[in-house]
Structure formats: structure tokens, C-alpha cells
Write a protein that binds this ligand. Sequence first.
Ligand code: SF4
Length: 418
Amino acid sequence: MSKTCAFITLGCKVNQYETQAFRELLKGRGYQEVPAHGRADLYVINTCAVTSAGEAKSRQEIRKAVRLNPGSEVVVTGCYAKADPQALDSLPGVGLVADKSQLIGLLTQGEKDSLLDLGISDFEGHSRAFLKIQDGCDAFCSYCIIPYLRGSVKSRGLGDILAEARRLVERGYREIVLTGVHLGAYGRNLSGVSLLDVLIRLMEVPDIHRIRLSSLEATEVTDELIELMASSPKLCPHLHLPLQSGDDYILKKMNRRYTVKDYLYTLERVRSKVPMPSFSTDVMVGFPGEEPGHFENTLEVCQAADFSRIHIFPYSSRKGTPAAAMSGRCKTAQLKERKRVLENLAQELALRYKSLFLGKEIEVLVEEEPYEGVLSGYSERYIKALFSGPKELLGRMVTVKVTEVFPGYVKATWKGEL
Ligand code: SF4
């Protein structure tokens, strides 16, 4: 009787990718996967430490797994396992706390130990496949714990990346989302190969319909990348460019490598070549020293940037980062108020961006059937569309006409044939 395993993943796209790699390693060793929160002989919990909320959620999932599976092996890995193994080791019922290299070594009997050695052939439970091409970061933004946990920039070989993309296309994935800890730093530790080279070569892989960049720094949007985005139907006209703050004084304290002027100029350069590009972003509220005036500047810059989506992060102090030692922390009520104000603006801007497509046709990769007879999926500009249609469309690219717009999604009609 084969053993069963279950996976819980917290945090970013890179974590989800690495869980898929662990999944394939365990299946290769004869394990059968059961749904998360089901009974399993082995539980692998891939944790997150990017915020205190990520850590709290990780502990919550660990406790739940232990409670649901008395006597099962609960293995905890991920960034939190690297950041504070003792804290996790002390949780009742945890069998093993191992950082990912240790876990890879265990699952491959010592054959491999680097995260970059991990590969995937499938991306279960998703219609778009994440493809990790890079790990680590050397930027040391003052609030960020990641460089201390994931180490310096490391990039996968181009051959590996292309082989993996072909495996995923063979599996039927039509959209590939390039991901990494600091994607734009791809190639910095290699000679003569850059992110642009990866994109150009991936476009040559037959049957890849879309390539999406998960996130880039505004400073990494080169003219060549903009040209490629403007000329190739495969490269999604959607850029996720973390802004973090709209105030130069705060950006300096964050050790971010651009000014507000640089950032907005990047958007202008893209808009001058790419039709209706979609810009999503991350904004942190309540960074130490952020006064009401600094926050006002952030609101103004978000307006000027006309974002299609804003992910809002209340500042979360990370032990060992320079920002953790900075004074001028916001009171919780202030933090909540700034988050509320920015959320309202984010909704307004999201609605404004989606209104550009009212009455227009957009192409959607059909991902889910949230309700009987209603399908949903994302366009190349990362607009979520809901429309009536048959299940047979799941996993396919279809053209729909936008009939109604809302901050979070659009309603549309599909007139196609099966
Ligand atoms: S670029 Fe900055 S925020 Fe992003 S992972 Fe690196 S240090 Fe963290």
C-alpha cells in the first residue's frame, strides 16, 4: 500500500513552484498525493517569512496539520524554517524542520541539494505554469528579509529553462509565468545571457501562447524589453513593478534604487510603445518614518501611475533588517487607516483601467468554473473575466466581449463554438 502525502504552501510563486518540485520528487518515490487538510502519512508545509502575517499563517497551518493527522510525519520547510528553525521545532507534533536544500538532499538521497537543481514537468492545480529561472537577491532593500534567507543571485542555465518549458507545453500549458526571487537579476551570475535572451528563446518554443513576467524592478525595464513587448503577441503587456512608496525620502530609507521620477518615466516609456499596458504594483504603508505627507505623495503617485492593481502591504518589521532598527513606527490605527485609504484608491484605479475594455473583445485563458456554467480566466493584461460557457473550454484560450466592469473583474459574453 503506497504512502500518502499532502502539501501546504504559503507565500510567493517561487514557493508554489518549489512545492511542485517536492511533489514530483515524492511521487517519484511512490507517494500518493491527497488533498491538503486530508489525512496523509506525510505532510510537507512550505512556509513563508516575508511578513509576520506569513509566519503566523505558517504556524496556523502547521498546528492544523498536526491536529488533523495525529501520528503522521509533519515536515516543515521554506523561508520560515530557514529564518527561525527553533521556533518551528518547538511546535508540538512537528517531525522535521529542514530548509529546502536539506529536504532536497533527503528526497534525492544526497544526489542534489541546490534549489536550482529542482525541476518540474507539471503544475498541478493550475492552468498557467510558473517557471522558476532564478533564485536569491543582492538588493538588500532595508525592510526585506529575503536576501538573508535565499542568499545571493543564482540563475538557471538557458538549456534547463527551455527543456522545462517544453515539458510544460507538452503537458498542455499555454501560459508560462516566469518567476524568481529577483527575476530581473537573472543572468547576473552568468556571463553573456540575460532575461531578454530567455524571453526570445522561449518565444521560439512552439505552442507557448503567452509568456508573463511575474515581477520586475522598474530599473530593469530596458528599451529592448519594451520593444519585445510591443512587437511580440506572446509577451503579455502586463508588468508588475513594485513601487513600495511614492516618496523619495522614504524610497531612500528603503534602499530602493529609483526615484519617483525614474519610476513614472519607466511607465511612460512602456506606454509610448505598448497599447494599454497593465501595470500592477506593491505598495508598503507605514514604513518607519512615513509621515502623513509621505503617504499623501504615495497616493498622488499611484493616481499618476494609473495602476490596474495595487497589492498593499502594511509594514512588518523583520528581525535583522536595517528597517527593524529604525524609529518612527506607525501606530496600528494609522496603519489601518492608510491601508483603508489606499484600498479605496486601488479599487477606483482598477475600475478605471477595466473600463478601457468595456465593449471590447479580450482573449482569456479559461482557468476555473467558479459556478455551474460560469467560467473564469485572465486576459493577457491580467484582467479577470467571468462568462457563461461549457466546461470543455477549461484550459483553452477563448475570445470574449466585455459587457460590464467591476474593480475586481469584468463580466463578458462568449459567442464562440466548441
Ligand atoms: S529586490 Fe528588495 S524586496 Fe525584492 S527580494 Fe530583493 S531585497 Fe527583497
